[in-house]
Design a protein around this ligand. Structure first.
Ligand SMILES: [Zn+2]
Length: 86
């Protein structure tokens, strides 16, 4: 399944927590999946979730695609390939 169509509720089946890493600003944070579900609901897509968790990233507002925040979920995507690991 393409990553853009993944919903939080599917991830919640496999992961009790989600680790986010941003190569740009070096942030590294672990979110409790059930907390994210409670706060945002299960029908949040992964791209939407990135917007939410990266909202306070210092590079989020940067102009130019090369400078934008490059946050990703380490368990389900790799920075280079964006491939579903299964
Ligand atoms: Zn960032």
């Amino acid at each position: 399944m393409p990553i853009g169509f993944m919903l939080l509720k599917y991830l919640a089946c496999d992961f009790s927590s989600l680790e986010t890493i941003c190569r740009r600003c070096g942030r590294h944070q672990v979110y409790d999946t059930s907390m994210l579900m409670a706060r945002h609901g299960g029908y949040v897509s992964i791209p939407e979730l990135k917007h939410i968790v990266a909202a306070d990233c210092p590079d989020r507002q940067a102009t130019g695609s090369g400078d934008a925040c490059q946050i990703h979920f380490s368990q389900i995507e790799t920075p280079r390939q964006h491939k579903w690991p299964h």
